[in-house]
Design a protein around this ligand. Structure first.
Ligand code: NAP
Length: 364
């Protein structure tokens, strides 16, 4: 896990043999976006529950998939090249594998980037989800399948006076990403009502971890703190420090995804911690953890601001607490510390590597 630079060793298949019978075999799950933060935690969670886990991965020029290191040795893991925008290959994979559960986590998930690449973000987030639903609908005619769709608090848009946001709060997305996710959200409900498909959406508020993408603000901060502490950089450049988010731990949130698919009937659930904190507060905890003062190192840059800001997100997850018996276990402070400790370790290794190279250069 993390940016350790180790190699991806899980065999990739294009072709899967038709399952003989699902009666005696373990439950089978297919995860799109398995190489992402949530996909990797979810895969570990499902494998620990005895699932036969399959994942869709995109072909890339670099085979390193650090987040999947922990599951690479497990015999039941299996990855397949694919892309949610490629409807025919996705359909073939779903019909061949016949999964009991499909978790659609694939997305261009960065909100600021979605303003730069709106078409692509919508293609993956909206049309990709539709392709998953169509494949599931066809499979469902043959045997039952359950679908989880990764919806987001960004669909609420943080309009003033709406916090805390719950399942009944009006949606008002303020980014191409939020709009794409809202389309997918509506299609899930449409497929459920039109085709009697067991499909549901988890409206997840922000969740982070040491596996968070490196250009998301919390991870940018924890990586920055580690590198500043080790003398590898001096400054950290960020956008809006006043944005407030409900930040939870990804490892907690993937359990909620699974719980939603174990219910008698499919419904939407908000998953959140019920606390909101500003980026400034995250900075405070993260820098203090490393014995640093953030004011001496942080600069803001207009380039990192969104064209339309979402000021406050705060989730009300009481429905999930009541019906799923789900509760977050990791506090805001523990989350920030966990990320900083992980990234200090990374920075230390980077410094040692630099020192070794410099030392080797001197000896020549
Ligand atoms: N983390 C949060 O705070 C949060 C909150 C609410 C909702 N969500 C949603 O939850 C899901 C998981 O989030 P995350 O934080 O794990 O995101 P992430 O780390 O950005 O992972 C996204 C995953 O989607 C894959 N992907 C992107 N485009 C694809 C395509 N065209 N076909 C197939 N796979 C594709 C990525 O593959 P590569 O590795 O090849 O890029 C990656 O595995 C996303 O849908 C996200 O929008 C996240």
């Amino acid at each position: 896990m993390g940016a350790t630079g180790s190699h991806f060793v899980i065999p990739l298949t294009h072709q899967t043999s038709l399952p003989q019978s699902h009666l005696k075999s373990p439950r089978r799950a297919l995860i799109t976006g398995i190489s992402g933060q949530d996909g990797s935690y979810l895969a570990e969670f499902l494998l620990a529950k005895g699932y036969d886990v399959h994942g869709v991965v995109r072909r890339s020029s670099n085979l390193t998939r650090d987040r999947l290191d922990r599951i690479s040795d497990l015999p039941r893991s299996n990855l397949h090249y694919g892309d949610v925008t490629d409807a025919s290959s996705l359909m073939r994979l779903v019909l061949e594998l016949e999964p009991d559960e499909i978790y659609n986590l694939a997305a261009q998930s960065h909100v600021r980037v979605s303003f730069d690449n709106p078409g692509y973000t919508v293609e993956v987030g909206a049309m990709g989800a539709l392709n998953v639903l169509e494949a599931a609908r066809l499979l469902n005619e043959r045997r039952p399948v359950r679908v989880y769709q990764a919806s987001t608090s960004e669909m609420f848009g943080g309009a003033p006076g709406t916090a805390p946001q719950s399942e009944t709060t009006r949606f008002h997305p303020r980014s191409p990403y939020g709009c794409a996710k809202l389309y997918a959200h509506a299609q899930v409900i449409n497929y459920r009502e039109s085709y009697d498909l067991f499909a549901c959406c988890g409206i997840l508020f922000n969740h982070e971890s040491p596996r968070r993408g490196e250009n998301f603000v919390t991870r940018k901060i924890s990586l920055g703190v580690g590198r500043i502490r080790e003398g590898l950089q001096e400054k950290l450049c960020l956008g809006n420090l006043e944005a407030r988010r409900d930040w939870g731990y990804a490892g907690d949130f993937v359990e909620a995804m699974w719980l939603m698919l174990q219910q008698e009937s499919p419904e939407e659930y908000v998953i959140a911690t019920g606390e909101t904190h500003s980026v400034r507060e995250f900075l405070e905890v993260a820098f203090t953890t490393a014995g640093l003062d953030w004011r001496e190192h942080v600069e803001t840059d207009e380039r990192f601001f969104r064209p339309a800001e979402v000021d406050v997100l705060l989730g009300d997850a009481s429905k999930a607490a009541e019906k799923l018996n789900w509760r977050p276990t990791t506090s805001f402070e523990s989350l920030a510390r966990m990320m900083v400790e992980h990234d200090r370790d990374l920075a230390q290794r980077e410094r040692w590597a630099q020192e070794r190279i410099a030392h080797a250069g001197l000896e020549k």
